[in-house]
Ligand binder design. Structure first.
Ligand SMILES: Nc1ncnc2c1ncn2[C@@H]1O[C@H](COP(=O)(O)OP(=O)(O)OP(=O)(O)O)[C@@H](O)[C@H]1O
Ligand SMILES: [Mg+2]
Length: 275
């Protein structure tokens, strides 16, 4: 029995700096798109204190990550069966302790995830907003960070802030941009070009456009019905854009591939802190 994710497990983190721009919506729907194309997918609700992946799906987990951390169960016992076979690792909702996990507690969580078997083809992490330690620690694990941005100045500024921190402080290089809730593809692409130009000029860092997701009324309807967009409105323009994003993320080669153990993707100080 293997005690670590297969080297082929791809880890994708959705983050944004600014809140409310569609990280959870996109993490969930991209996870479902990957699962629908035959991949095994673990969706980790990394918004640890205000988790809401399970809320979007109308699920009420009996156990979540906080129970696993407290030793009441294993991480494997918290996993839920989501749509299209996606396995969901639920976080806790309204739990201040979880919102303020120390680095060593987060490292323990990551070590426990390292031990999950069978290892999924993909792990998708929905991070919280901001650039705090929880967000940056989870984003550091990722082979690629998907930065979600909307066409508004504060979203662009915060996305740039996040990219700058991830690149300058942690050396992240593989950054994909999704422009969400766009009025049309052209405007969405223009938003990406503005962000990419600033990142190139001030950080020397090229960004990749993973896709533009249009504003979609069916998204709200699906959310109210506790369904994913991909299952509730699979032919909508946004669902098609999300499938394209999943396909693009699948086809992108990760260069260089991250270390096999997730915990090895953190600095040595954090690893020692956890022992
Ligand atoms: N393309 C879209 N069209 C229409 N509505 C959307 C779209 N993307 C997201 N939404 C809606 O926007 C709202 C906020 O999305 P979501 O909760 O995913 O944001 P978030 O970035 O995860 O927020 P937080 O920072 O609070 O975690 C949700 O009601 C979601 O259904
Ligand atoms: Mg969210």
């Amino acid at each position: 029995m293997s005690a670590s994710p297969a080297p082929s497990t791809r880890l994708i983190a959705f983050s944004s700096g600014k809140g409310g721009v569609g990280k959870t919506f996109l993490s969930l729907n991209v996870a479902v798109a990957l699962a629908m194309s035959g991949r095994s997918v673990l969706l980790f609700d990394g918004d640890l204190g205000l988790a809401n992946v399970h809320v979007l799906l109308g699920m009420q987990p009996e156990l979540d990550l906080s129970d696993a951390l407290a030793g009441r169960c294993t991480i494997a016992q918290t996993l839920l069966d989501g749509p299209a076979g996606v396995k969901i690792l639920p976080g806790a909702s309204g739990n201040r302790g979880m919102a303020e996990l120390t680095i060593s507690e987060m490292t323990r969580v990551i070590q426990a995830i390292d031990g999950l078997t069978p290892a999924p083809d993909y792990m998708v992490i929905d991070t919280g907003a901001g650039i705090g330690t929880q967000v940056t620690t989870l984003a550091r694990l990722a082979d690629s960070i998907v930065v979600v941005v909307r066409d508004e100045p504060a979203s662009l500024a915060d996305a740039y802030g996040l990219i700058k921190v991830m690149h300058q402080d942690f050396g992240s290089r593989n950054i994909d941009v999704v422009v969400n809730d766009a009025t049309d593809v052209k405007r969405g692409e223009a938003v990406y070009h503005r962000l990419a130009e600033v990142a190139t000029r001030f950080l020397g860092l090229p960004l990749t456009l993973a896709g533009v997701v249009p504003h979609e009324n069916a998204a709200l309807v699906a959310t109210r019905r506790r369904e994913t967009l991909l299952t509730a409105a699979p032919h909508s323009a946004a669902a098609m854009a999300i499938r394209q994003i999943a396909a693009r993320l699948e086809s992108t080669r990760v260069n260089p591939p991250g270390p096999r153990f997730l915990v090895d993707r953190l600095g040595s100080a954090e690893r020692m802190d956890a022992t």
